[in-house]
Design a protein around this ligand. Structure first.
Ligand SMILES: Cc1ncc(COP(=O)(O)O)c(C=O)c1O
Length: 441
């Protein structure tokens, strides 16, 4: 199993976008500058070709036995989810909002599964109403609510038990292993599955595991999958009942920082095939649920330089976008603040002295990177944060300072589809009540 260093993360992302050296940055057949002129900045732009090719590459590598779900939390833009559905994906959701997004994208209830440690009764009711394929339940207490809703409605809801694995996966952000709000500890799974089978109110479909995000070690990911398979075999022996589905989760890593390794997709695929053979259960369904690995590389975040200034020997570009739209690129969720790959759209290969790139928010956290080696920035320049398709707007502090949300555009060849309109400055007032002035009482 190889964990190879990426020669240049920036080059790899540019290559995937089809960038040709010396040309201004393009998304699909349109220049970033043209997109920015037509739709304004800040702007998220996604290349449909890149997304489609990514999905098909994953599908080919993992083989026909594996169902791939798109984890909408990575980017709940309906147009992206719809494209992935047409390519053959199913959907994994984590809230009522994401259920609605998945339905709007054309997924049928039985193509959708729901994971998340804090599903409310309303969300469970909505899931049951729409006949969601499976609720991946994360605690005995949650099981009780699901069972109560199923009894009330007289419907047999499919469930899988999300297992909190004994061994953590080698991921940058763990969501399994040790004491966790996620999943059911391995030593409690037998008791819970016994109870589900004895009470016979919901349908126990199988097991689920999700170890964490930004995993670059396919071997570690596969060990986690194998442990789930072994647990399934033990439970089947104990209960004398087959488990029809195993969901191995997602979390395949994407490089953002120079020196980041590359996730070995081929090795993950080979390993999964070997597991299927070892399992020797042709009737069993295997799932993975991927977010970042599918959508990260098709997206760029475009932001324009408003002003430049010199401060303490450094040029600082103040841009119109920031952490309210792209918190991850400003370091949220990372232990160490490092630069996301950032380029000047008119001079993609250009570099210069390190400059600061700061957004309009009144916090020093609103800086894209401490030391971007961009060509000397000028006011009006368009900058692009690469690999911005996943955990962008959805992972951001969008309400801080009440700026409008950016437009989002899906580019198909040279045809742009406005997938989300730019927000309006008065929108922060929506849903508010106040008693004075022209507000609603
Ligand atoms: C349960 C579950 N499934 C899937 C995902 C998607 O992970 P990734 O985008 O790293 O593939 C997450 C991310 O947090 C998750 O919590």
């Amino acid at each position: 199993m190889t964990v190879e260093p990426t020669p240049s993360v920036r080059e790899a992302h540019l290559a995937e976008l089809g960038h040709e050296t010396g040309r201004p940055l393009h998304v699909g057949g349109l220049s970033a500058e043209e997109l920015a002129r037509r739709f304004g900045t800040p702007l998220y732009a996604y290349d449909a070709r890149v997304l489609r090719e990514r999905f098909q590459r994953v599908r080919e590598a993992l083989g026909g036995r594996v169902e791939i779900s798109y984890a909408l939390k990575a980017n709940p833009l309906v147009a992206l989810a719809e494209l992935l559905r047409r390519e053959g994906a199913r959907a994994e959701v984590a809230s009522a909002g994401e259920i609605h997004a998945a339905l709007a994208a054309g997924f049928e209830g039985p193509e959708i599964q729901f994971a998340g440690p804090g599903k409310s009764r309303e969300e469970i009711e909505l899931s049951v109403e729409h006949g969601l394929a499976r609720l991946n339940l994360e605690s005995p207490a949650e099981y009780e609510v699901i069972a109560s809703v199923a009894r009330e409605r007289g419907l047999r809801q499919g469930v899988a038990v999300r297992v909190n694995p004994e061994r953590a996966v080698a991921a940058r952000m763990h969501m399994g292993g040790g004491s966790q709000k996620f999943g059911v500890d391995v030593d409690q799974v037998e008791g819970l599955t016994r109870r589900i089978l004895d009470e016979d109110v919901v349908e126990l479909e199988g097991l689920h595991v999700y170890g964490g995000t930004q995993c670059f070690d396919a071997g570690s990911w596969l060990r986690n999958a194998k442990a789930l398979l072994e647990l399934a075999a033990r439970l089947e022996d104990l209960h004398g009942r087959p488990l029809r589905e195993l969901n191995f989760g997602g979390g395949f890593g994407i490089g953002y920082y120079e020196g980041d390794p590359t996730f070995d997709l081929g090795a993950a695929g080979e390993g999964l095939r070997a597991l299927h053979e070892e399992d020797a259960r042709p009737e069993r369904a295997y799932h993975v649920e991927l977010g970042r690995y599918l959508v990260a590389t098709c997206g760029v975040y475009l932001t324009r330089v408003l002003y430049t200034k010199r401060s303490a020997g450094r040029t600082i570009a103040v841009v119109d976008g920031g952490m309210h739209h792209h918190a991850a690129a400003a370091g949220l969720g990372s232990i160490m603040r490092r630069s996301f790959p950032l380029v000047a759209c008119h001079d993609v290969e250009g570099s210069g002295d390190p400059s600061g790139v700061g957004g309009p928010l009144c916090t020093p956290a609103d800086e894209f990177c401490g030391a971007a080696a961009l060509p000397e920035p000028s006011s009006g320049d368009l900058l692009a944060v690469l690999a911005s398709g996943a955990y962008g707007l959805t992972f951001s502090t969008a309400q801080f300072l009440s700026h409008p949300t950016p437009a989002e555009v899906l580019v198909e060849g040279d045809v742009p589809l406005l997938a989300r309109e730019r927000g309006r400055p008065e929108e922060p007032l929506r849903l508010q009540r106040w008693t004075r002035g022209r507000g609603r009482p």
